[in-house]
Design a binder for this molecule. Structure first.
Ligand SMILES: *Cc1c(COP(=O)(O)O)cnc(C)c1O
Length: 390
């Protein structure tokens, strides 16, 4: 059994995939070929965004937006610590300071009330209001931006985050790496009203290519122009007229071709993901000691992962039991970011982010993809019930 079965998806689109890749081999425009523009237009239409700037990875999509905003030393950028490393890595890479804000225990997304406290704590350099990194205690940082993360496919309460952001003039960057294809209040991720949104096309994401890829979605015309420049070494009129520091941040034409083939079935896959998740939640309801994922009202998750909580310190035993039965599982995330060695110089204590810490110890991701059969879900769920009872 596969944790994510990309081969089943490939069988479904193999002919279209082959034709699209062959078209690229025929025209030979491997860099910024016509498929890139076609993909960007398709993503704008799907999400309802004015601009899509494709790029080389989800990490680059976050980095490029922060570069365009001029985020750097002396700036504080707020984010949950229960996310993939890249969300904070790009902030630190630019010399700015990540300030962690704990999550809510049911959705694992950023706690908006804690965000308000964290901004206040940075402004007053008062770690009694909210835990702060040493950098924010040593000097007064400017609160500049917040990166809420749509974890496992589900968005946080954006209305509440926007209220805090407006009050403190924070820029909002939606990390939609795991959530592209989902929605909140009928609006697609990537077009929820944030200043910009970042998507990843890493193969295991709900919309994945066959390598690395990413995109930025925004309604801001000026930001889109700067991002297109940053994507090609800070180009001005042409690529040898460099007007700012940028990156080689382009998406390969071949990856755009793969994504165009996958887009044909993407909305259908998102619908199927809802069905598979419902099978699991139904099959696992009533198993003592398990908390299936909670999707907040108004949210449609892209279901990048199906993660449940296993109570009583049994998570690792359950995972081991499943592995012995040939059922792969994963842990997202074994260490919240504030506990990683790379951020040791920030001086956080594990208990500074208690909900992230507790979640990291109890969370378990089950095999999940749109090609899972109801019989598979029933079999996996039965093994989990055995493991919990054991
Ligand atoms: C995957 C991921 C990223 C990084 O995307 P890459 O395409 O792997 O660079 C960033 N943030 C989150 C939350 C992710 O899950």
């Amino acid at each position: 059994m596969e944790f994510i079965d990309l081969a089943a998806q490939q069988r479904r689109i193999r002919a279209d995939l082959g034709a699209r890749i062959a078209a690229v081999l025929d025209h030979g425009h491997y860099i910024m070929g016509p498929e890139v523009a076609e993909l960007e237009a398709r993503l704008c239409a799907l999400a309802g965004a004015r601009h899509t700037i494709s790029c080389a990875s989800g990490t680059d999509s976050l980095l490029m937006v922060l570069m365009a905003w001029g985020i750097g030393p002396g700036d504080a950028v707020f984010m949950p610590p229960f996310t993939f490393f890249a969300t904070a890595e790009v902030v630190a890479m630019l010399g700015a300071t990540p300030v962690f804000v704990d999550i809510l225990p049911d959705t694992f997304t950023m706690n908006p009330a804690a965000l308000a406290k964290a901004v206040q704590a940075v402004r007053t350099r008062d770690a009694r209001i909210h835990p702060l990194p040493v950098q924010a205690r040593a000097q007064e940082l400017r609160p500049r931006a917040v990166i809420p993360v749509d974890l496992f496919g589900q968005a946080p309460a954006y209305a509440d985050i926007f209220a805090v952001a407006r009050e403190h003039a924070l820029l909002v960057l939606e990390d939609a790496a795991q959530s592209f294809g989902g929605s909140q209040g009928g609006r697609m991720h990537g077009a929820l009203g944030c200043h910009a949104a970042s998507a990843s096309f890493f193969p295991a994401k709900p919309l994945g290519c066959y390598g690395d890829g990413g995109a930025i979605l925004t309604d801001d015309d000026a930001l889109a122009d700067v991002l297109r420049s940053i994507r090609v070494h800070g180009k001005g009129g042409d690529k040898y007229d460099n007007v700012r520091i940028g990156l080689n941040g382009r998406l390969d034409t071949l990856q755009a071709a793969v994504l165009l083939a996958k887009l044909e079935i993407f909305e259908d896959e998102i619908r199927t993901r809802q069905t598979v998740a419902a099978w699991y939640t139904q099959a696992l309801a009533g198993v003592p000691g398990l908390t299936p994922p909670h999707i907040a009202p108004g949210n449609v998750s892209a279901w990048a992962q199906y993660c449940l909580l296993v109570a009583g310190g049994k998570r690792d035993a359950v995972a081991a039991y499943l592995r012995a039965q040939g059922i792969p599982t994963n842990i997202y995330y074994p260490k919240p970011l504030h506990m990683l060695q790379a951020f040791a110089s920030m001086g956080y204590q594990p208990a500074d982010m208690p909900v992230s810490l507790a979640s990291s110890r109890a969370i378990l991701a089950l095999p999940f993809h749109p090609y899972l059969q109801q019989t598979d879900v029933a079999a996996i769920s039965a093994r989990i019930a055995e493991a919990v009872g054991a």
